[in-house]
Design a protein around this ligand. Structure first.
Ligand SMILES: Cc1cc2nc3c(=O)[nH]c(=O)nc-3n(C[C@H](O)[C@H](O)[C@H](O)COP(=O)(O)OP(=O)(O)OC[C@H]3O[C@@H](n4cnc5c(N)ncnc54)[C@H](O)[C@@H]3O)c2cc1C
Ligand SMILES: NC(=O)c1ccc[n+]([C@@H]2O[C@H](COP(=O)([O-])OP(=O)(O)OC[C@H]3O[C@@H](n4cnc5c(N)ncnc54)[C@H](O)[C@@H]3O)[C@@H](O)[C@H]2O)c1
Length: 477
């Protein structure tokens, strides 16, 4: 097959959160960019990840709010759930954002978009459809796919992943979820609120990457809402069920006891596999392993012409991380500025209700690195939380030597938004004095930041030297 030769400045492989950011930013400076995308523009986040999951969570929150309204003296009764309308809302959210990520928009920015599968044929050439692309630099942003665990019997039953879940236009009668990470836990609460019975089977601890004290509050809320969360349980076998039960899960707990969980639907949420297969990475001299493409803190692969960003580069798998890495790569490609990706600065939020946000080090991580102070403020101490009857929450601030803010974690109402404030503090390497010195509007939940900073200084007020100084000043009149 004779191919059309292209020689752009930059070739981006993958049109998801990472790839689109690189392409749009580089094109906005007039750089010649080719973008290759084999599937839907927008990648996982828009089509099968963040956007549909958050749209479903929003619908579910309205159902939960209706149920909880009686606490405030407002009686609306048990909400009726119209599954088709919920599905339409989810698809509507995707459709509203899709034009921003579309081929048309990128072409209008000056990007040449090739809709085909890309594959390296040598260290500086990629083939995609009818094109042969020899670019000055390549950016690999092919994302990740759901990891399917090797559970006996799984291949012979039908199951959902994030790639098929949002096409459901019914609410499962009984949903079993394997995996208690952010995907499993967010979806468990959403489907439970929309009327499904939900069982989550997690072989270790649910939300294990989070501060256990904060995770316990989010998971407690799920359990109170009726999610059957089974931690420390191994799925030893899966088989087709009978009658209403499409699937049976055979579980073994840590104590050796065995149980069977039957469900109408099964969701696999056991992590991700970087999309590296079929990319010709060997031909290009790009080292990779099960965790993804190997990159240094400069985001360069073992082929100096090729950078990798987002899920395919392993590490933290979030849209904002892919976008941030993309921005760093653009700075390097266009302005030759050095890159130093700092994962410790990256915030994350699990969108449970209450949500759980974290940035910087958790208390346990900080303690491993040396002495630190963990300041804690329960939501019950915040007037706004009392007014909202949203006292189920906790804010933690981890402070290191000379008052340096090392980390912060929030679980509670609007923790997702409050995390932004702490992300700024960490990214600017602020000290706790910066949080003590700003005025926060009353009554807000974000006031917690200033209140925690005040707690840091409280012991100082009890120091004898401070008392002596105060009495001296008093005597001066
Ligand atoms: C259910 C779910 C919910 C999530 N919620 C959140 C959230 O709330 N917040 C958050 O920050 N993150 C969330 N994430 C994670 C987030 O979706 C990913 O981290 C993000 O999409 C990664 O972006 P990316 O650019 O690396 O990959 P992707 O967005 O997956 O894009 C990769 C693109 O590359 C294309 N591609 C792959 N191989 C080739 C090839 N050979 N040739 C051409 N094109 C190719 C793919 O078709 C795809 O479009 C969620 C993930 C899931 C599964
Ligand atoms: N709010 C957000 O930002 C958000 C939401 C969803 C997903 N994500 C991203 O997507 C990534 C993938 O999420 P995820 O939840 O699929 O993966 P994950 O790796 O975070 O969690 C998977 C869980 O499945 C468990 N597991 C694995 N195999 C199992 C088995 N055979 N039986 C029982 N349990 C098993 C693991 O112990 C783990 O707790 C996350 O790392 C996150 O970065 C982010």
């Amino acid at each position: 097959m004779s191919r059309t030769e292209l020689a752009p400045d930059i070739c981006v492989i993958g049109g998801g959160s990472g790839g689109l950011t690189v392409a749009a930013a580089a094109a906005s400076f007039g750089v010649d960019v080719v973008l290759v995308e084999e599937g839907a523009m927008g990648g996982d986040c828009l089509n099968t990840g963040c956007v549909p999951s958050k749209a479903l969570i929003a619908a579910a929150r309205h159902a939960a709010d209706a149920r909880a309204a009686s606490r405030f003296g407002v009686f609306v009764g048990e909400p009726a759930i119209d599954a088709a309308a919920v599905h339409a809302h989810v698809k509507g959210a995707i459709a509203a954002i899709a034009p921003h990520d579309s081929v048309g928009r990128f072409e209008s920015l000056g990007v040449k978009v090739i809709q085909a599968r890309a594959r390296f044929v040598d260290a500086r050439t990629v083939e995609a459809g009818e094109f042969r692309i020899r670019a000055r630099r390549f950016v690999l942003a092919t994302g990740s796919a759901p990891a399917i665990p090797p559970i006996p019997g799984l291949v012979s039953v039908s199951f959902l992943t994030n790639e098929s879940l949002f096409d459901l236009d019914e609410i499962p009668r009984r949903l079993a979820i394997i995996g208690g990470g952010p995907v499993g836990i967010e979806m468990a609460q959403a489907f439970r609120r929309l009327g499904a019975e939900v069982v989550v089977v997690e072989r270790g601890q649910a939300l294990a990457k989070e501060d256990p004290e904060l995770a316990a509050i989010a998971l407690g809320a799920l359990r109170r809402e009726g999610v059957d969360l089974r931690e420390g349980a191994d799925v030893v076998r899966v088989a087709a069920g009978v009658g209403q039960h499409a699937v049976d899960l055979f579980l073994r707990s840590a104590d050796g006891s065995e149980t069977v969980v039957s469900a109408s639907h099964l969701l696999i949420a056991t992590g991700r596999t970087p999309r590296t297969a079929g990319l010709g990475l060997e031909a290009a001299g790009i080292d990779h392993g099960p965790g993804g493409v190997m990159v240094g803190s400069d985001l360069r692969t073992t082929n100096r012409r090729v950078y990798a960003v987002g899920d395919v580069a392993g590490g933290l798998q979030f849209t904002h991380v892919a976008g941030h890495q993309a921005g760093l790569v653009v700075r390097a490609l266009l302005f030759r500025l050095p890159i130093r990706y700092r994962p410790e600065m990256m915030p994350r939020v699990t969108y449970t209700d209450p949500p759980l946000g974290q940035v910087g080090l958790t208390q346990a991580e900080a303690a491993r690195n040396g002495r630190c102070e963990a300041l804690r403020l329960p939501y019950a101490a915040l007037d706004r939380a009392q007014a909202e009857d949203a006292t189920d929450g906790l804010v933690k601030l981890i402070v290191g030597a000379r008052g340096r803010i090392l980390g912060a974690g929030v679980v509670g109402d609007k923790a997702d938004e409050i995390t932004n404030l702490f992300a700024l503090a960490i990214s600017r390497r602020m000290r706790v004095s910066a949080l003590a010195g700003f005025v926060s509007p009353y009554p807000t939940l974000g006031e917690a930041a200033r209140r925690l900073a005040t707690l840091h200084y409280a012991p100082m007020a009890r120091r004898p030297s401070v008392r002596v100084l105060l009495s001296l000043l008093r005597r001066l009149g």
